[in-house]
Structures are given as structure tokens and as C-alpha cells.
Design a protein around this ligand. Structure first.
Ligand code: CA
Length: 231
């Protein structure tokens, strides 16, 4: 999973055969190990089966668009970096792609040297960091590196706050009760008041959830859920 000295493992997803073959040949020549597929369905299967170091993902694919591919990968907690290849120059596409956690995009027709430079830049940034990193919106938590970032900026949290945040992020999209949180984060049979959970949630919010949108949401009478609010 590291980019190593050789270049890195790339998954190229492009339905247009001539472009796909050109990309695969060029990137192999540049020292990358390349797997290429023509459909979004194959891309999801390939990226989940054996996550590459980077996915080069065409936006316009016959079966579903590239954005949907990224959604499916993120749903499966596959946090592989994505570089979109888009023929569409629309600003909306770029914003959609980047808000989904894409790392970069290039607009077709692209310059191959520039494309390779962008690929190398992403691999340098993400080398060794993308396995197991949990993300919700702009927030990322790296369990191995014990690091939390929002919009790429590191945040300081205590060990307990880190465990709490990790539990919420591992269950992103699912409501967790205070009892579940106590059990999983405090581990022992906590005899005290469950309001300790509320206290720590408020500590966490002040540190990691100061910007918009708010990611830690209260579900009254039930518990908490971490998710990006729907617009
Ligand atoms: Ca296409």
C-alpha cells in the first residue's frame, strides 16, 4: 500500500478505450503499476477487493458516474485517494468531487506530464496515511497516527476524546446511545452518571466541530450520531 520508490499502484477507470489504453501505457512507462477497468461497477469491485494507492476516475461512465463510485467506496470505508478525470469543465462538478473527498481533478484533454506530476503529489501527501483513516465531512481521524484533522489542519484532543470521536466516526451515520458510548469508550462498567458522555461530547464539539456543517448531532432521547447534514 505504500507508493515506494517504484511509483505506486494505480487503478485507472475510463470507459473510452483509446484514452484508457493511452493512460495505462503512459503510466506504466512512468513506473506505476496499473490496473485499468472500463466501468464504475468494476471500479468499485477492484478498489474494495484490493485498494490501490490512487484511483484515476473518469466522471462520465456508462453505468454510474464517478461521484457515485466515490460514495460507494467511502460507504465501505475505502479511503483510497481519488483523482477525477473530467471532460466537463463545470465548477459544480469540481465542487461535488472535492466535497466527496476527491484529492484532485484534471480536466480533459489533459497534459500527461502534468497528470503524472499531480499523481505523484497526491501519493507523496497520502503515502502510508490512507489505510484505516476515518473521515466524516472535513474531519479525518487516523487511528494509527493518533491524529485528528479538520480541513487538513491538526486538532488536539485528549486520549478519552480521541476514543469517543473514533467510536462516533466508526459508526458514522448510525445513532449510538449513551449506554453504548459508555460501554465502548469508558470500557469498564461505569457506575457513575451517564452525563459524563454529554460532558465529553461538549468538549469534543468545542474542539472538532466548531465550523459548519456541524457533524456531531444530538438525537434527543436516544444518543448521538455523527454525519454530514443533508442539504
Ligand atoms: Ca467517459
Amino acid at each position: 500500500m505504500t507508493s515506494g520508490t517504484g511509483g505506486g499502484r494505480l487503478l485507472v477507470v475510463e470507459d473510452e478505450a483509446t484514452v484508457r489504453e493511452l493512460l495505462a501505457a503512459t503510466l506504466r512507462f512512468a513506473g506505476f503499476e496499473v490496473t485499468s477497468v472500463a466501468t464504475a461497477g468494476e471500479a468499485v469491485v477492484a478498489a474494495i477487493g484490493e485498494p490501490p494507492d490512487l484511483v484515476l476516475l473518469d466522471v462520465m461512465l456508462p453505468d454510474m458516474d464517478g461521484f457515485e463510485v466515490v460514495r460507494r467506496l467511502r460507504d465501505r470505508r475505502v479511503t483510497v485517494p481519488v483523482l477525477f478525470l473530467t471532460a466537463r469543465d463545470a465548477q459544480a462538478d469540481k465542487v461535488t468531487g472535492l466535497s466527496l473527498g476527491a484529492d484532485d481533478y484534471v480536466t480533459k484533454p489533459f497534459d500527461l506530464e502534468e497528470l503524472i506530476a499531480r499523481i505523484r503529489a497526491i501519493l507523496r501527501r497520502t503515502a502510508g496515511h490512507h489505510t484505516g483513516v476515518l473521515t466524516v465531512g472535513a474531519l479525518a481521524l487516523d487511528p494509527d497516527g493518533h491524529q485528528v484533522t479538520r480541513d487538513g489542519l491538526p486538532l488536539r484532543v485528549t486520549a478519552t476524546e480521541f476514543r469517543l470521536l473514533r467510536y462516533l466516526m466508526e459508526n458514522a451515520g448510525h445513532v449510538v446511545s449513551k449506554a453504548q458510548i459508555l460501554d465502548r469508550v469508558w470500557h469498564y462498567d461505569f457506575a457513575g452518571d451517564a452525563s459524563i458522555v454529554d460532558t465529553y461530547i461538549s468538549y469534543l464539539r468545542r474542539k472538532v466541530d466548531v465550523g459548519e456543517p456541524r457533524l456531531i448531532q444530538t438525537v434527543h432521547g436516544v444518543g448521538y450520531v455523527m454525519r454530514e447534514p443533508r442539504r
